[in-house]
Design a protein around this ligand. Structure first.
Ligand code: T1G
Length: 698
């Protein structure tokens, strides 16, 4: 193997006869940071005409997975990627690229600017910029349509999906799919160019199959599908220029890219991208773990069967325990239905479903949990029942087995006290439907051992979930904050807004579903039982109680969708407001002597978000959450918070601590007990810090 010359820390050149090999080596994913861009430019210039063919490949686990996202939002550093890629495309010497792993975003755009593309088996290509609130800004919207046609390009750019090599070959995005090591494949392919066995061409010389109708329909489609999002529209506007000469099309693309770069949505989506990774990039998630070869799940209800489905889909055998045959059969039926649903959604093959079902062992005997590595208890949310079960598990389970509770609120320490091994106990709080929702709150008990906690994070990774560390308190991170801000919905309705207006305002803000519709979906009986439990435990006499309307609805047996009636009626397809709820609201207002007032949608959003942010700040302040990003990821992956807003505390930084303090103090004039300024917010307002600063402190 010939000598290689370093151009800089990330790029080197190797010469093999008339072939020059450019190697990019910028771990972890060869992102085109400034050094890679400069290195590529210098390499092409240095090679000049000294070679008859050039091949670009990458070291490490993947080809270029995009521009360096960490550079976004900072002052641009030359050379720009578009300039580098235009230089490569204009090279007088044929340049080919060899793709292994993933060629994404700027990585695929680099390949599209070369004169031929070789994919190594298993490789995937994609332009996922839209998932970051952006669009392909280095020629992807112009070059891909020229190579692979408009419909495929619009699909790839708007879905952000990763396209397998074979499909890319069929669509002309790559020219060959081969096996082998990147460098070897690069050399062989370049020699094929010299031997005339691999043809090369400049993408810019090709013409896209432009169709104005396709553009028009696609634009209408994205506006309907994502009414809040800016970048999908900009993506279509950019692709629409692919019928112009490349240079002009690139100008349109650049302007659309800059328009996206300046939006808060871009910042929110990039915060979500890095946040999803940051929450498990913590010491507690590292270190030794215990085996997860077989799991026991207690309870075949909605949560138990969802958790079991999630484990089976990850290839982990499950022993499902129920107390009665009827419950066990219901659990197995739900799991089978869940898996069938995954097959019909294309999430798994029928063969994989059958294999998963074969790993399910239903049983009526808790003793059958003696040899499992982890038990997840998912029974009724009653402390006495959970204590009894953990007492039994302590006598049954093998030494070193992990005992976990899927409790949504209850004190994990009190549950652990029922065993002689509290160090082996933690909370694993899944979200319904557990085989779909990606959030897993990993609740650390006072005595939970480090390897038990790390195993919780290992399980999250195996189940493709986002594991977030939470400390013990009533409702942990998510439900505690929900418990606080959901009161605002009730206060808004008591004080003058209608449930539908609250839902519409928050859906306008970007929530997938308004709180009253969510209540109807989850079942209003659950909220009712929780309020009854809190009443039994004693409510704060100074606190305003907002549950009257919801209590009366539930006491009428209206539990929402499952009874066809709740805040909305569900007998005619789309939910319509239940007029009888209005009567109840009027009754309660009259009894409490409340004169209803008018709220604007903006006021509704401001109060809702300020309440959410207040309690979220307290959750960070008292260490229930390790840092603000943990709260953000809990709400993105567990509560349907709009991803483009980055999460409640990322959103809070767009308002600022000072303004938040001012708002809370204003609202406190109406209700000083509910609206209290968290110390953390007051301090942030005083010293001008943001939640982003707190994330950096980690
Ligand atoms: N820039 C900077 N860091 C990146 C990165 C990127 N593009 N991609 C990944 N990382 C970091 C990530 O934060 C993590 O760091 C580590 O690499 C491993 O990632 C002009 C505008 C490639 C499929 O959107 O989808 O090009 O946590 O844990 O599960 O048109 O990373 O270890 O410190 O995710 O194996 C477009 C983003 C950019 C692809 C690998 N590209 N990356 O997944 O590992 S915009 C993307 C991914 C662009 C141009 C535009 C995935 C992956 P840390 P990981 P993985």
């Amino acid at each position: 193997m010939a000598e290689s010359t370093s151009i800089n820390d990330c790029v080197s050149i190797g010469q093999e006869g008339e072939v020059a090999l450019i190697c990019i080596d910028n771990p972890p994913v060869n992102a085109t940071g400034q050094a890679v861009r400069q290195g590529l430019l210098d390499a092409i210039d240095k090679i000049g005409a000294s070679a008859k063919a050039i091949a670009i490949y990458c070291a490490g686990r993947t080809f270029v997975a995009g521009a360096d996202i960490k550079e976004f939002g900072k002052p641009p550093m030359p050379p720009s990627l578009p300039d580098v890629l235009n230089r490569i495309e204009d090279s007088g010497v044929p340049v080919i690229s060899v793709i292994h792993g993933t060629a994404l975003g700027g990585g695929l755009e680099l390949a599209l600017a070369t004169h031929a593309r070789i994919a190594i088996e298993g490789a995937k290509i994609g332009l996922p910029e839209v998932l970051l609130g952006l669009l392909p800004g280095a020629g992807g919207t112009q070059r891909l349509p020229r190579l692979s046609g408009l419909p495929f390009s619009l699909d790839v750019i708007l879905s952000g999906r990763q396209v397998p090599a074979q499909e890319a070959l069929e669509k002309g995005a790559v020219d060959r799919v081969v096996s082998g090591e990147p460098r070897d494949v690069a050399l062989a392919a370049a020699q094929d160019v010299l031997a005339g066995k691999l043809s090369t061409r400049k993408t810019k010389d090709l013409t896209a199959d432009y169709d104005a109708k396709v553009i028009e329909d696609t634009l209408a489609g994205v506006k309907k599908k994502n009414p809040h999002l800016i970048s999908p529209v900009k993506c279509v506007e950019a692709v629409a220029a692919c019928n112009k000469p490349l240079e002009e099309g690139l100008k349109v693309e650049r302007q659309c890219f800059i328009d996206c770069m300046q939006t808060p949505q871009r910042a929110g989506l990039i915060h979500a991208f890095f946040g999803e990774r940051a929450v498990s990039n913590i010491p507690e998630a590292k270190g030794d773990t215990r085996p997860l070869d077989k799991i026991g799940v207690i309870g075949g209800g909605t949560m138990g069967s969802g958790i079991t489905t999630s484990c089976l889909m990850a290839g982990i055998p499950v022993r499902l325990i129920e107390v009665a045959q009827e419950g066990l059969d219901r659990g197995v039926a739900t799991i089978t239905k869940n898996l069938d649903g995954a097959v019909s959604r294309g999430k798994m093959s029928a063969e994989k479903r059958d294999a998963a079902l074969a790993m399910l062992e239903p049983s009526l005997a808790m003793e059958d949990l003696a040899d499992v590595d982890l038990v997840i208890e998912a029974v009724f949310e009653k402390m006495e029942i959970k204590k009894e079960i953990f007492g039994k598990l302590d006598t049954i389970c093998k030494k070193g087995a992990i005992l976990a509770s899927n409790t949504s609120y209850l004190d994990v320490n009190k549950i652990a006290e029922m065993t002689s091994r509290p160090e082996d106990v933690l909370g694993l709080h899944f979200f319904s439907p557990a085989h779909v929702m990606r959030l897993l709150e990993i609740v650390q008990g006072a005595k939970t051992a480090p390897d038990v906690l790390a195993t919780g994070f290992a399980l999250a990774k195996r189940l493709k979930k986002v594991g977030v560390l939470a400390q013990v308190c009533d409702g942990f991170i998510g439900n505690r904050i929900l418990g606080h801000y959901s009161k605002v919905n009730a206060f808004l309705v008591l004080d003058g807004a209608s449930p539908q207006q609250v839902d519409d305002a928050l859906e306008g803000f970007g929530l997938a579903m308004g709180p009253h519709k969510v209540g109807d979906l989850a079942g209003l009986d659950i909220g009712y039982m929780n309020r009854q439990r809190m009443k039994e435990e004693g409510l704060d006499p100074n606190a305003r109680y907002g549950g009257d309307v919801a209590d009366r609805i539930a006491e009428k047996g209206w539990y929402g969708r499952k009874t066809g009636k709740g805040y909305y009626l569900y007998d005619a397809g789309r939910p319509v407001p239940n007029p009888e709820v209005e009567t109840i609201i009027d009754e309660v207002r009259a009894e409490k002597g409340i004169t209803p007032k008018t709220f604007t949608d903006e006021e509704i959003v401001d109060r809702y978000m300020t309440a959410m942010i207040s309690e979220a700040a307290r959750v960070v302040e008292d260490g229930t959450a390790k840092s603000p990003v943990d709260v953000d990821m809990v709400f993105l992956f567990g509560y349907g918070f709009p991803r483009f807003r980055g999460g409640p505390l990322h959103y809070a930084d767009t308002i600022g601590a000072e303004e938040l303090v001012r708002r809370i103090e204003a609202y406190a004039k109406e209700d000083p007990n509910y609206w209290q300024v968290p110390e953390l917010l007051r301090k942030m307002a005083a010293d001008g810090t943001t939640f982003a600063d707190l994330n950096k402190e980690g």
